[in-house]
Every structure is written in structure tokens, then in C-alpha cells.
Write a protein that binds this ligand. Sequence first.
Ligand SMILES: [Cu+2]
Length: 419
Amino acid sequence: MAGLAAFAFWWHRHGRAGERPTRALAPWAAGALVVALGIATVGATTTGTAAGGASASSGMSMSDVTDWNNMGAAFHTNGTTRTYYISADEVTWDYAPLGRNGTTGQPFDEEADTFVKSGPGRIGSKYYKCLYRGYTNDSFSTLTTRSTDDQYLGLLGPVIRGVVGDTIRVVYRNACSIPTSVHPHGVFYTKNAEGAPYDDGTSAADKYDDAVPTGGRHTYVWQVPERAGPGPHDGTSVMWMYHSHTDEIGDTYAGLMGPMVITRAGSARADGSPNDVDREVFGLFSVMDENNSPYLERSMETFAAEPYPDLEDEDFHESNLMHSINGYVYGNMPMVKLRRGQHVRWYLMGMGTEVDLHTPHWHGNTVTVGGMRMDVVNLLPASMVIADMVPDAVGTWLYHCHVNDHISAGMMARYQVTT
Ligand SMILES: [Cu+2]
């Protein structure tokens, strides 16, 4: 990761338009980024503008695309309308519900206690958060249930699904004490369903979705055109994320993030899932910076004992950096259970800041990403990677970030393969 970090640093220092001639810089920068990340073909899925550079440098050619014109085809409402009832709810979240290190099977050691032990001036493993949660209808009285197999999803919002040609409706309620929104990646939206406030020349009617007030409701409608679905080198489905974008940084650290899967037309089951995949698993790798959550002080006053520290105190700050997968640290994520020979699709996403350079690694089995074999993949903030696995090795295996500092800070989980 040193090379990538150095590159990122260089880019930060020199890569901005205006400091150097952008046109001379851009092709090199795009190519170098693709090489540095090793995601040449994935780039076409996940990084928008970089896709052109990725195609050229990875040996892909236009002839690989069977129907290039269709890539930009207009949206046809030949699918279903899928409605989701999602509320932003304030909850107490526990990053370590087991109360011990699930990876080692031992009590937390001193290093882990930095993050998980509450006491005078230390919040510990529990924080107030605002999370997306699914409900059965617009009365928002009954939560949708998560099966035992899906408990590992943790703080992620409900999995939103669509098939190319579909329309997705999110009936949204904001029950949090902060204004929030739902901003989707990838799908087609108009200005009343983008969920992000900025000077975009729109008027009041197109602004309500940007910041739904406490107690407010809004219905977001997104279309799923061809360009939101799998590209020429993708499998049968692609991942996008959705997150609150009212105060983007504070909102995402509050926990308002979720996954969305778009499946190719003709390759979907009735529920929208890809019909050639037996099991889908979702992973969010993020150093959740609770110092930048709007609930920091409330969490401190509830879960820490007095005397309270200065909010700028360095050790206090460190203790609130939760190096988590789906909101779990130190092996506390409920076990992901797979069967040997299943076609498993892992959908991974990163979020955060410049420390959020994550390298998810599976012990025991390998994956393919964009047709390339790996057992470690690269995630940057708001990037998304799809990794297909057909596990052949039975056992209980580590699934963790391979960045050293993140290992010691607890970005670790396990998955299990049975016969
Ligand atoms: Cu990491």
C-alpha cells in the first residue's frame, strides 16, 4: 500500500486542476491510478470517467462490446416498480456485542480496549447512531426482519434491488434529530430524488429531498436504465451504494449507508437477485470516525463516565475511531456462513477519508474480480468492488482488512464454509 499511499499523496499535492495543465496530466494520472489499484476492468463498473482510460490500458476494445449503442439507451419502463419503506432511526449501536475478541476467542487485550472499553472519558463500544432501517409499509410500525443468515449486515441499510428496466421507489421517513436524505449512486434520478443540497439551479420543489427534516417524509423515485446495470465485462449484477448526503460527512459517520444491487434484465429472480448466484454477501469497510458524528456528545454523555475529556484530546479522538466491517470490530460480526461449491458474490464498499485505504482479504478461498483472480481486493472511500467466489476450502476463515494499522485496530471478521 505504500506505493498507492505515495501516489495518493502525490495526487493530492499535484494532481489538482489549475496547478498543472490538466490535459497533459489526465491520461497519465488515470492510467497510473488504474495500475496502482489493479482494477483495470472493474474501473469500467465503478469509476465513471476513468472507465475510458481503463478500457484502453487493459486491452479491452470496442469489439468486445456486443451492442455499444445500447449502453446509452433511453430508459424503457418495461420492468416492475419495486417499493422500499426506509426510515432513518436513532439507535444505540454496539460495535462489539460479543464483549470479547471473536477472532481470537479471548478477552479484549489492552490495544482493543483503546476502542471498546468504556469508562471515565471513554465511550467504549456503544454509540448513538442514525441508521437506515427497512419497514413493511408506510405506517413505519413494523420493521422488516433480517434472517439469521443476514445478521452480519450490521449497520448497513436494507439491500435495495432493481433489474434493468425497473423503477425503484423509496418511501422515506426521517425519524432522526438531524435532517437527512437518501442519495443513490448509479441509477437515474431527477432533481427531486438526488438527495444532495447544492447550488444546482433548482427551486424549492426540487429541494425537499436534499434535507428531509426531522419527522418529514419523501418518496424518492429512481429509474434503472441500461447504464445503471452490468457493463460489458460485468457479471449478472452490479453494486451501487446509497447514503445520506445532507451533511455528507456527518451523515455517513452517523451510519446512513446501504447497498443497492442492479441485475441484468433476463438474469433476475422475482426478487431482483441474480439467478446465477447462490449467495450474496455485503461488506462495508470503514474507519467510522465517531468524532465527526453529530451524536458524539450525546454518546459521550450517555456511555462515558465523568470526567469528560476535551473533545480535541488526542487519546479520546483515537478511542472513537472504530475500524469496522459492517459496524463490527474485532471479530464481532455475526459469522457469514457459506456452502462449498456455492456461487457466492461479495459486494464490497468503502467509505471514509484518507485513512480509508482498505484491502479486504479472504483466508482459505480466492475470488475473481473483473475476471482476474485475487484473494485481496482494493477499496477506497465510496468505491465498490464485486468479487465472485466458489469456495472449495471448508472451515472457519479470517476475512479482514490487510492494512497493518487496521488489523491491530480490529478490522477483522470471519466467514465459514461448510459442506
Ligand atoms: Cu483497512
